[in-house]
Design a protein around this ligand. Structure first.
Ligand SMILES: Cc1ncc(C[n+]2csc(CCOP(=O)(O)OP(=O)(O)O)c2C)c(N)n1
Length: 326
């Protein structure tokens, strides 16, 4: 039995830096068309004229991506499946930082000119779509349609005892018929080496909101949530706080269970603006897409955007000419 990993202070700092870098690149993709390293004070002209994309889910994706990456370091069996394809800026930021985009498009090197292409072309005509798409290395389906991730994860594990398939599912996605039907696979498929199959690790990202309101799962009591998951044949592991230590522990505990399911509770839009124009944005459905729709015209929103970008202290993580320090 394997529970927990001996995490060093260095590992924790590494995860936190990686998350900060990915978060910064998400916000830059969503908003910026110039001044990508904030070398000058942010101006209206630096903001894209048409803001289109999804912020709310991105920080949670970055947290899980960084933690899975460290936990499975030097273990090639991990396959990661992302359900909410609208969290594409986060997936794209991580593939950029991993050097995966550079392999298919040399313009996307891990330097300032790569950052410029990454941001300018996100959600732009002729550039990258706003959602994961087959243009993205490793992506085989259009990511805008929710529901297939869990079924695909079990399919990927079938007949591949060497694999562990971690699949991140949104709590809104969890309301789709396809995802709920796929939950039955917890009873139908033995995910174990002895059965000739790989392991599946569903991670339910419960940030409590979907497009314009709360999610059903998010409004259930913890007991109801756990009982529902158990009824489908999974053992729930709840992560309430996003500290790397707790997440690494949960990933370790998952390895010791036959059919684990991590319930990852996060605040929607965490690390983003708390309130905008007097309205609660962080931890609310208003964080789902663009939380500062007037950033290119409104002084208050532009200031919030500048403060938000600077909060990641990207200058500590990237230096032109020297590269990333993450
Ligand atoms: C099959 C399908 N139905 C509806 C939508 C529209 N849609 C886009 S994002 C979203 C909410 C997703 O919520 P969740 O899965 O919880 O993701 P998160 O809150 O992390 O963004 C919905 C319903 C969709 N993309 N696919």
């Amino acid at each position: 039995m394997y529970i927990g990993v001996g995490m060093t202070g260095g590992d924790e700092a590494k995860i936190r830096r990686r998350i900060r870098a990915a978060d910064y690149l998400v916000v830059a993709q969503l908003f910026l068309r110039s001044n990508f390293l904030l070398e000058q004070p942010l101006q209206f002209n630096d903001v894209k004229p048409r803001l289109l994309g999804h912020w709310g889910t991105c920080h949670g994706i970055n947290v899980m991506y960084a933690n899975l990456k460290l936990f499975f370091e030097n273990r090639p069996e991990l396959q990661f499946i992302l359900g909410p394809g609208h969290g594409f800026p986060a997936l794209q930021a991580n593939l950029f930082l991993d050097g995966e985009l550079e392999k298919v498009d040399p313009r996307l090197g891990r330097n300032l000119s790569g950052i410029e292409v990454l941001c300018r072309e996100f959600s732009a005509p002729g550039g990258f779509p706003s959602h994961a798409s087959p243009m993205t290395p490793g992506v085989v389906t259009e990511g805008g349609e929710l529901g297939y991730a869990l079924g695909a994860a079990f399919g990927a594990a079938l007949g591949h005892p060497e694999k562990t398939v971690a699949v991140l599912i949104g709590d809104g996605e969890f309301e789709t018929g396809t995802t709920l039907a796929s939950m039955n696979l917890g009873k139908l498929i033995k995910t174990a080496k002895e059965a000739g199959n790989g392991r599946v690790l569903p991670i339910l990202h419960v940030n409590g909101y979907k497009i314009s309101g709360p999610t059903v799962f998010g409004r259930k009591s913890e007991r109801e949530q756990n009982e529902l998951v158990r009824g489908f044949g999974f053992t729930p592991i709840v992560i309430e706080k996003e500290s790397p230590e707790k997440i690494q522990y949960a990933l370790g505990r998952a390895e010791s269970l036959e059919n684990p399911l991590i319930i990852f509770k996060s605040e929607k839009g965490e690390t983003g603006p708390e309130t905008v124009g007097g309205q609660k944005v962080r931890g609310n459905y208003l964080a789902h897409q663009i939380p500062l729709p007037e950033a290119g015209r409104d002084e208050e929103q532009l200031k919030i955007l500048g403060d938000w970008l600077r909060s990641y202290r990207f200058e500590e993580l990237y230096e032109e000419g020297k590269g990333f320090k993450i």
